[in-house]
Design a protein around this ligand. Structure first.
Ligand code: FAD
Length: 399
């Protein structure tokens, strides 16, 4: 096992670090660059994105002949972590959710015609995308077998009826991937489709207010009342929806973890700057063992998270689904982000609770990490099921 980065990928990591330091952190530091949902303003974003493209730091997950960097996931681990040293980093380099996961899955399963029409504009940064799966009660959330949004084939065209919610980016997106029910078969009942925002037969009912900062386009509730989708805009075969979901969510969960590790490290960076300067009761805070224990625990959790992520990335690169490895990484890193933000706030005292640092932004954002792309409990259930099936083999190393 080799955890070193190639020279090329290490050089790339350093270039991302420098780019974020010079071009993104200064923007993040000024409230004037934030939109009303606490994300980078779109006109400011466009300018940084042009710089990122010119610097060759664009779309790390996509093929080179499509304008990306074609990085394996192991190299993405280093790239994304550096990118998310800034709150704005991933979106500036076109590796933020949900576009990141949508681009990956379209590259993997789209036909050439679908890639030209639906994928290339996302890679080029001309449009944004969304992934619409979750539904309000009694529809599908943690349990996709409960999905109710229906797709019915009428004269060669799919008619969609139903409701989705918490669809990230929907208000800003043009290209949508939609999961709908095409039969009642337990394994083969769902099918994935593509549609464009300008098609009639659906609307955004509301942008759902949330506790944290928002991705561009927010988290929306969508209503489908007769949207028509041509059969050529179906992904894979009828009944392959669950397969599409698994193919999308495995890597997408892991790239979430890569970004969250970057944010976790940022929390440590902010806290460390404070405790090395601040004194109390005659000593610098950093010299107190109880303070060191707090910082050391977060450093330890981050490093465990990086190893879990790198292992899962390596397995996915090798063509494995890495289900238990991705679930372990997702549980651990989501909780690490939480702990890093909480520790950062605590160590910075009142300043940590203020908007003078990025900690409170990260603290509020972190709460979603334990819910999105599978709640902690669901990933633990997956691990228990895999353990029950495999017994002691659960612990086997690949040979
Ligand atoms: C900020 C944000 C962005 C999101 N973006 C998207 C998006 O772009 N597209 C999309 O389709 N969805 C999106 N979602 C939805 C997200 O994927 C779901 O919230 C998640 O899958 C959980 O589904 P649910 O909310 O219906 O929770 P429910 O299924 O109702 O579960 C509620 C709670 O019950 C517990 N629970 C559930 N199942 C089990 C179990 N088996 N064992 C023990 N406990 C359990 C867990 O604590 C869980 O949090 C987003 C959500 C948020 C908060």
């Amino acid at each position: 096992m080799d955890f070193t980065l190639s020279d090329e990928h290490e050089q790339l990591r350093l270039r991302v670090r420098e780019f974020i330091e010079k071009n993104v952190l200064p923007l993040e530091a000024s409230p004037a660059n934030y939109d009303e949902h606490e994300n980078i303003k779109l006109d400011v974003l466009e300018q940084v994105r042009s710089k990122a493209k010119a610097a060759g730091l664009w779309a790390p997950q996509c093929r080179k002949d499509r304008g990306g960097l074609e990085l394996p996931l192991t190299a993405c681990a280093a790239f994304y972590e550096e990118a998310n040293r800034s709150l704005f980093g991933p979106v500036c380099l076109n590796c933020a959710a949900p576009d990141d996961g949508n681009m990956r899955v379209l590259e993997q399963i789209g036909t050439e015609q679908q890639k030209t029409q639906w994928l290339q504009p996302i890679i080029d940064g001309e449009v944004a995308s969304a992934f619409a799966m979750t539904e309000p009660h009694p529809g599908g959330g943690s349990d996709p077998s409960m999905i109710q949004t229906s797709a019915t084939l009428v004269d060669g065209v799919w008619k969609i009826h139903g409701r989705k919610w918490f669809i990230t980016g929907a208000e800003h997106a043009s290209h949508f991937i939609l999961m709908a029910r095409t039969s009642n078969d337990a394994r083969k009942g769902l099918t994935a489709f593509l549609f464009h925002r300008d098609q009639p037969g659906w609307h955004i009912e509301r942008r759902i207010p949330i506790m944290g900062p928002e991705e561009h386009g927010g988290h929306c509730e969508l209503v489908f009342d007769g949207l028509e989708i041509k059969d050529e805009n179906r992904l894979l075969n009828v009944g392959d929806g669950l397969k599409v979901t698994q193919m999308r969510l495995g890597p997408a969960r892991l790239t979430h973890c890569m970004r969250w590790l970057g944010l976790s490290k940022r929390c440590m960076e902010i806290a460390n700057a404070y405790i090395t300067e601040r004194e109390g009761f005659g000593v610098k805070l950093v010299e107190r063992e109880s303070v060191q224990l707090k910082l050391g625990e977060v450093a330890h959790d981050i490093q465990v998270g990086r190893l879990l992520v790198m292992h899962a990335a390596w397995m996915l690169d090798a063509g494995d689904y890495a289900r238990k490895e991705v679930s372990s990484a997702k549980i651990h890193v989501a909780n690490t982000l939480h702990k890093a933000a909480d520790t950062g706030v605590q160590l910075c005292g009142a300043k940590g609770y203020s908007k003078d640092t990025q900690l409170e932004w990260i603290y509020r954002y972190a709460r979603q990490a334990r819910l999105v792309d599978g709640a902690d409990e669901v990933h633990k259930m997956v691990l228990a099921k895999l353990y029950n099936q495999a017994g002691d083999e659960f612990w086997q190393w690949g040979v």
